[in-house]
Write a protein that binds this ligand. Sequence first.
Ligand SMILES: Nc1ncnc2c1ncn2[C@@H]1O[C@H](COP(=O)(O)OP(=O)(O)O)[C@@H](O)[C@H]1O
Ligand SMILES: [Mg+2]
Length: 439
Amino acid sequence: MRLSQFFLPVLRDVPASAEIVSHQLMLRAGLIRQSAAGIYSWLPLGLRVLRKIENIVREEQNRAGAVELLMPTIQQADIWRESGRYDDYGKEMLRITDRHDRELLFGPTNEEQITQIFRDSVKSYKDCPKTLYHLQWKFRDEIRPRFGVMRGREFLMKDAYSFDLSEEDARKTYQKMFVAYLRTFERLGVKAIPMKADTGPIGGDLSHEFILLAETGESEVFCDQQLIDMPVPDESVDFNSDLSSVIESWTSHYAATEEMHDAEKFENEVSKDNQVSARGIEVGHIFYFGDKYSKPMKCEVQGPDGKLIALQMGSYGIGVSRLMGAIIEASHDDNGIIWPKAVAPFDVGIINLKPGDEETDKAANNLYQSLQQKGFDCLLDDTNERAGGKFKTMDLIGLPIQMIVGPKGVKNGIVEIKYRKSGEREELSFDDAINKISS
Ligand SMILES: Nc1ncnc2c1ncn2[C@@H]1O[C@H](COP(=O)(O)OP(=O)(O)O)[C@@H](O)[C@H]1O
Ligand SMILES: [Mg+2]
């Protein structure tokens, strides 16, 4: 992409409306614009990152055996009456009436919708277990939307729903999602620690929040340093094998959010050196809730003996749009965003220091084309802005690698590479630079 043809409205000043650094940087780097309180447009650069996050989430869901579908944003109130949640949900639910006076709502979550689909389509135990998921916008009329996309009213979530025949099977499904979540966050370049969460009236130990540690997190969290250092299962992990030992190693160390914190236990179980108390951002939440929805909504299948079985369900959310803010909270410096490679909107930013100069243009274009041909997504700054401004913008938008092409270097056949994260620079011939980046 040539910057002259792109749409990248960067802001030089820190917007006064933004309280935390990720929100400031998302506005400044031209990733989002606010449309109404807690509702945002995704500008081209932001959309690229959102898509990258989505894709990693998707790949790991698929790997774990979940199947993608897409449910609508608008739902009928009736299915929420069946589950009994229509009245309980309160003011966070955006309720809509259509021209025929039918009651609709903008979905804050999809348990009812998926349960309806499943019960109408699946009649036999032979078609279980199944885990279905989608990536869809949610609306929750949060009383205090804040921190940009971190606590929005409209936000993008990956939500998966599982249907199993027994609690034992549901536990296995839960473990698959647990591992898929560890892998997803690792691939996104962030550390998210699974912490035991409240299971409400259902009880049991099958609810975890995945918490990213960051100073601006909304809640206080406590955990064992060993969890932060624990390796995540690599891609060779077999989701059809017994995963209990992985889960065991992750859940045997202390980790709790404020609501679940037990100060005495923390003191006793975690050595002084390993006691971490920090602030955290909830980026994912997994939950087993048994027949909470399948029973009232009659989501049942016929078992081998002909008897009806109410399915054992779980739900598994990832805050996709929140993650973009969370990643920035965890990865930035005074000059701007530092994207982890996997989610960077472009792999390489090429700066042409003297557009209009024939030799420099030629060198920059060649470099751009060679890298594109090798599969790198490049942003070529071919605008007429002065050099200082170009450097500032490139740092602000946080692409992992910058390549600087100027008339002096071109004369000597040399390009400068700057690595955004370390700040290191090196000068190489064009060929060596291309090889270096490709390797
Ligand atoms: N208002 C919001 N804005 C952005 N992301 C959100 C919001 N609410 C929830 N999420 C994301 O969706 C995930 C699943 O949501 P859920 O656990 O149902 O929400 P909550 O914890 O707020 O009840 C959360 O872990 C979080 O990452
Ligand atoms: Mg939650």
